[in-house]
Write a protein that binds this ligand. Structure first.
Ligand SMILES: Cc1cc2nc3c(=O)[nH]c(=O)nc-3n(C[C@H](O)[C@H](O)[C@H](O)COP(=O)(O)OP(=O)(O)OC[C@H]3O[C@@H](n4cnc5c(N)ncnc54)[C@H](O)[C@@H]3O)c2cc1C
Length: 406
């Protein structure tokens, strides 16, 4: 007889993916333990939410709490091209918010606790295998190693990509967007547009992979991000402050104007190598959700909404696998669904970077406008039979063919 605790589902990480997966598994009557290494609240980047994410949050019954927390409404995204030209506006699909992630992730974690997800603060260090199947995890807490058994181990460890590092999931393969480095910080005193546009996300770009975000995350605080190619960062900048200064000078005069009286709060940070995919990301007794298997590019703020959607969809697959004693059919269906949606998002992002001005035209094209707005709102997984994804796919394939032909 062993004395290990045993759960239907053990989840590594309580970011948006882990919390949503835990909540949905509990709704289906499964026992869930979530192991999180960090004490919450903790800083996290990823502060602008899509309309799809807003809907998930309302479905959780958190709308009032979001407003009470002072998270600004997000009317849409204002995209401003080089030299402040080629501007276009993307309205949101459904009401949503800009968030301070430390508070938002803590809110999701509290919701998961209410649903009966058990929590353990600790660092997951290894998996337990039996006859080739993953049957649990080993974690460190209170300076001791502990074991826990699972029917399904869910990797929701974000950019740590835990199961990939352990050689269970595939290796991290870089995505098209991987040559960027993002540097970011929070500021008070930023000049905003007048209401009702004061809490838009503003995206400013000068050329491919030279761009910036401004996201109002509370009534008086804005997040600024400067994203530039790696080689430029290493040539021109010694640290995140240099990169932010470079971006203010070179990406758009609009950044300088808005930040001329602003005061930075806390440290700036840089992040590299955030764009990758991992295959396989499902297997016997395990699967990965959210950033633990794929992250594309922050430009369209898909991360949190995709992480939550995958958490919800994976819970279906987990329930079916446990009930049917067969992991392959439901886990492969989850994999194919995820790959389909992520591919559509990847095409949309590549199209924007290759043809930013045409992208702005497509936003005005009455034939495509609605679909593009819905795709930008996070509907990349629910767009079977739409025209826009095929148009973007064909354009990308044509571009790649020409590149190959030299
Ligand atoms: C520069 C940049 C800007 C972005 N901007 C946006 C944006 O505006 N909007 C948006 O929606 N998304 C944005 N994103 C993406 C967003 O940050 C992520 O997609 C999202 O946080 C993924 O959620 P997740 O739950 O998969 O992972 P995470 O939120 O990273 O959560 C993973 C959790 O796992 C825990 N963990 C890791 N390893 C272990 C371990 N071994 N044991 C225990 N716990 C562990 C971590 O502490 C963490 O709490 C941005 C990303 C980048 C890089």
């Amino acid at each position: 007889m062993n004395s290990f605790k045993s759960y239907d589902v053990v989840i590594i990480g309580s970011g948006p993916a882990g919390s949503l997966c835990g909540i949905e598994c509990r709704k289906k009557g499964l026992s869930v333990l979530c192991i999180e290494k960090d004490e919450f609240p903790r800083f996290h980047i990823g502060e602008s939410l899509t309309g799809n994410a807003g809907q998930i949050i309302r479905d959780l019954g958190l709308a009032e709490e979001m407003d009470a927390a002072g998270f600004p409404d997000k009317p849409g995204v204002n995209v401003i091209g080089s030299l402040s030209k080629n501007e276009f506006f993307i309205p949101i699909l459904a009401p949503t918010w800009q968030v301070r992630r430390s508070d938002f992730d803590n809110m999701l974690k509290r919701k998961a606790l209410e649903h009966g997800v058990e929590y353990q603060q600790g660092l997951v260090k290894d998996v337990i295998k039996h006859e080739g199947k993953i049957v649990g995890a080993i974690y460190k807490a209170d300076d001791m190693e502990h074991q826990v058994r699972s029917k399904v181990l869910v990797d929701a460890s974000g950019q740590n990509t835990f199961l990939s590092r352990k050689g269970i999931a595939g290796k991290r393969e870089i995505e098209f967007f991987s040559q960027q480095i993002a540097s970011f910080a929070h500021y008070k005193g930023v000049e905003r547009d007048l209401p009702p546009f004061s809490t838009n996300t503003t995206i400013l770009y000068s050329k491919q992979y030279h761009w910036s975000w401004i996201i109002p995350i509370s009534p008086d605080t804005d997040s600024l991000g400067i994203v530039i190619p790696k080689d430029l960062y290493y040539k021109e900048c010694k640290n995140p402050d240099d990169a932010i200064a470079w971006g203010m000078e070179n990406i758009s005069p609009e950044i300088r104007r808005r930040f001329q009286n602003a005061e930075r709060i806390g440290d700036s940070q840089s992040m590299a190598d955030f764009s990758y995919r991992i295959e396989p990301f499902v297997g016997d007794g395990w699967l990965c959700i959210g950033d633990a298997h794929r992250f594309l590019d922050p430009i369209f703020s898909y991360g949190v909404s995709f992480a939550m959607k995958e958490g919800i969809r994976a819970a279906d697959a987990i329930k079916q696998a446990i009930d049917g004693n067969d992991w392959k059919t439901p886990f492969y269906a989850y994999r194919d669904w995820s790959n389909g949606g992520q591919q559509i998002a990847a095409d949309l992002i590549r199209y924007f970077w290759i043809y930013p001005i045409f992208f702005g035209y497509q936003m005005q094209n009455p034939d495509l406008r609605d679909e593009v707005i819905r795709l930008l709102g996070g509907c990349c997984f629910d767009c079977e039979g739409w025209k826009a994804p095929t148009i973007f796919r064909n354009a990308i394939e044509e571009y790649d063919r020409k590149q190959m032909a030299g």
